[in-house]
Ligand binder design. Structure first.
Ligand code: NDP
Length: 342
């Protein structure tokens, strides 16, 4: 069995270039007892992968030069030497940017295609949805009537944050890049207000959208957006720090969120709670509730989602660049193959 792989060829300095990736073919080993052979159906592309391309110290080890890019996948079992999985099972796995893989069956989770489209295990019912749920409820703790602001609001984390905030009775304000995404926030996701972060009147627009100030800011981006949001914090506001994507390719010139003395003065005078997190810390405390509550919300339409699906593994690098630049609308997935029989 051969696997088409996309490997890290060199570490990007700013935006990842084509030359930072290489396409290669590898011969897979025969599966051992307890292992399964997987065929990738969907590959999830996520902002954290930019961090793995760098060897700067982080919460997770970098991808080595010449190694397959990491990533979560929805895959089909095509051969099994484990009692846990049968040929034809659809599973969640962490096999990365490649067409096939041989892994321990215990490193996979079986998905039920009749419960929800299997691709949702990579989005609204998976890691991004859980990031929104855990970070917002554990740290943001929105109360009815409070104002919750989130940027990258049209993406899988941000759109879920806004809709969960609404489900908890809060007012949701989304910040996104461009009029198309802002319309989506209002018309499809039910945000109370939408602000375009590319507008030259961002400060005034944000003030108009948050007349009662901001009680929770779910931080996804940093950069010029965060610099404006912190000006409108209410006393005792909470700021779950989830991501800082504006800086992942090296930062926005002249607009980095580097105004530390001013920010710290606000932390003091407004009694702010600022708390970073990596989503898996909430698995023991929030995963079961997330599964139950979010599945219910998705089934009854309380929480909606979008997927932005790109065809073919070879297009993953270009799609990934687009993710970092905001060209995706919804959860970015690469469709690598159809399940057998389709
Ligand atoms: P998205 O699909 O929302 O993609 C990222 C979006 O970020 C882009 O579409 C773009 O939207 C926005 N963006 C990019 N650059 C800027 C900028 N300079 N200023 C403002 N917005 C920008 O990604 P996700 O929903 O998957 O992830 C959102 C955030 O959550 C990321 O920061 C990610 O790293 C973080 N995250 C953190 C986790 C954790 O455990 N802490 C887990 C999962 C995600 P637009 O066009 O609207 O600008």
């Amino acid at each position: 069995m051969k696997s088409t792989q996309i490997r890290l060829a060199s570490r990007p300095v700013a935006e990842p270039l084509d030359s930072d990736f290489e396409v290669a073919t590898a011969e897979l080993p025969e599966p051992e007892e307890g292992q399964v052979v997987l065929r990738t159906l969907h590959l999830s592309l996520d902002p954290y992968m930019r961090g793995r391309m760098s060897d700067a110290p982080s919460y997770a080890a970098p991808v080595g030069i010449g190694e397959v890019m990491v990533g979560q996948t929805v895959s089909e079992v095509v051969a099994s030497r484990s009692e846990r999985r049968e040929v034809g099972d659809i599973v969640l796995a962490y096999t990365g940017w490649q067409s096939h893989a041989v892994v321990d069956a215990r490193a996979t989770r079986r998905l039920d295609p009749s419960a929800a489209p299997v691709s949702t295990a990579l989005g609204v019912l998976g890691m991004p949805g859980f990031t929104a749920y855990g970070g917002l409820l554990a740290i943001g703790q929105p109360k009815a009537g409070e104002t919750v602001v989130v940027a990258a609001a049209a993406g899988p984390v941000g759109s879920a944050v806004g809709q969960i905030a609404k489900a908890k009775g809060a007012r949701a304000v989304g910040i996104a890049g461009g009029p198309e995404k802002c319309r989506l926030l209002l018309d499809e996701y039910g945000f109370d207000a939408a602000v375009d972060h590319r507008s030259p009147t961002l400060r005034e627009d944000l003030a108009a959208a948050t007349p009662d100030g901001i009680d929770v800011y779910f931080e996804n981006v940093g950069g010029h957006v965060a610099a404006e949001v912190v000006r409108r914090f209410n006393t005792y506001a909470r700021m779950p720090v989830c991501g800082l994507i504006a800086g992942y390719n090296g930062g926005e010139p002249m607009a980095d969120f580097d105004r530390l003395p001013g920010f710290m003065r606000r932390v003091l005078t407004k009694s702010l709670t600022v708390r970073g997190f990596i989503q898996d810390e909430f698995v023991p405390t929030h995963w079961a509730d997330f599964q139950r509550e979010m599945s219910g919300w998705v089934a009854d339409g309380t929480v909606r989602y979008r997927e932005d699906v790109v065809d073919s593994l070879e297009n993953a690098p270009e799609a990934f660049r687009g993710l970092l630049a905001g060209r995706n609308v919804g959860k970015l997935l690469v469709k690598v193959a159809d399940p057998a029989g389709v």
